[in-house]
Ligand binder design. Structure first.
Ligand code: ZN
Length: 318
């Protein structure tokens, strides 16, 4: 997201169209995705991860990512983010005109081998190649390039992930040409104390301005607590998904990512500015219930509604 003069601004990066949809069996029709993304943008969401450039046979839910990026580019005022697993994906992302490209690097090498069949050294080679490709794009069209440190807080295969491994890979990603790195709690293992320490240390190692975002899951109910911990350490971008879409196959009843509606409510109630109109955001849920019926949506704020007088105070503050 372009720099804002508003010191109180926190960027909520909506990852539902990518992280949410890739974790449900149903395939959301392309036209519904477009309606959803347009409605989110109209509600004031400023960054949306709209898909992932992976082969359709691996994730058929995201097979239309190029078309979705092309559509999203027609919406003014949003940052269009995509995930890429490799060089080929990055080529497609650049061709489609994404504004932000994130490549995940699993801190757990076992996870990396299982997921993308690549060692750390191979992944860092790919990062270098992608960084060179990105540099060849003319400056006004050049996407930003982020390295996402997944399994940074723990791994379902390796268990504990040592902090020094996270830090050395964060440095390696920056050396390989990333513009920034982010910390991902892929597995929902993080706790607030750990978020604070790891974010602080990572920012110390790569420079605070090069590590501003966290990607959190709510697998064990600590998502918002972890988000608050990240805020207190200076994070200014927090990923979330509408309705906590995606769920968690290992923890029935748990949402996937932290719920955008609850995060936006927490931030706005605390006096931060997210640019989001909460009523308009919550109204976007109907697009999900209509287009992927039966998929469970999470969130407390949508059920409880906003506190009396909240919307009016929010409007006055804006
Ligand atoms: Zn995730």
């Amino acid at each position: 997201m372009a720099a804002t003069k508003d010191d109180n601004f926190i960027l909520i990066s909506e990852v539902g169209p990518r992280d949410g949809l890739q974790n449900i069996k149903q395939i959301m029709p392309t036209e519904a995705k477009k309606r959803w993304i347009a409605a989110l943008a109209a509600a004031g969401v400023k960054e949306i991860e709209v898909g992932s450039f992976v082969p359709a046979k691996i994730l058929p839910q995201l097979a239309d990512t190029a078309e979705i990026v092309e559509f999203a580019r027609t919406i003014p005022g949003i940052e269009i983010a995509v995930l890429v697993p490799n060089v080929r994906g990055a080529e497609n992302a650049i061709k489609a005109g994404a504004h932000k490209i994130t490549i995940p690097l699993s801190v757990s090498e076992t996870h990396s081998l299982k997921n993308v069949n690549r060692t750390h050294a191979q992944m860092l080679e790919a990062v270098k190649t992608i960084a060179e490709m990105v540099q060849q794009v003319s400056e006004e069209d050049r996407p930003s390039f982020e390295g996402g440190l997944s399994t940074a807080f723990g791994c379902t295969i390796e268990g504990h992930v040592p902090e020094k491994k996270v830090l050395s890979l964060a440095e390696a990603l920056m050396e390989a040409g990333c513009d920034e790195v982010g910390l991902s709690d892929t597995t929902g293992y993080a706790n607030p104390a750990q978020v604070k320490t790891l974010l602080r240390e990572t920012r110390r190692v790569v420079g605070a301005e090069n590590c501003t975002g966290v990607h959190l899951h709510n697998t064990r109910g600590l998502g918002l607590a972890n988000a608050l911990a990240a805020l207190e350490e200076g994070a200014t971008t927090i990923d979330a998904s509408q309705g906590g879409l995606g769920g968690c196959p290992f923890a029935p009843g748990a949402s996937g990512n932290i719920v955008t509606e609850d995060l936006a409510f927490m931030l706005e109630a605390m006096g931060y500015n997210t640019g989001i109109d909460l009523d308009a955001l919550m109204a976007c849920r109907s697009i999900l219930t209509d287009s992927i019926p039966g998929v469970e949506l999470f969130g407390f704020t949508p059920d409880a509604g906003l506190p009396l007088g909240f919307a009016k105070r929010q409007a006055e503050a804006a």
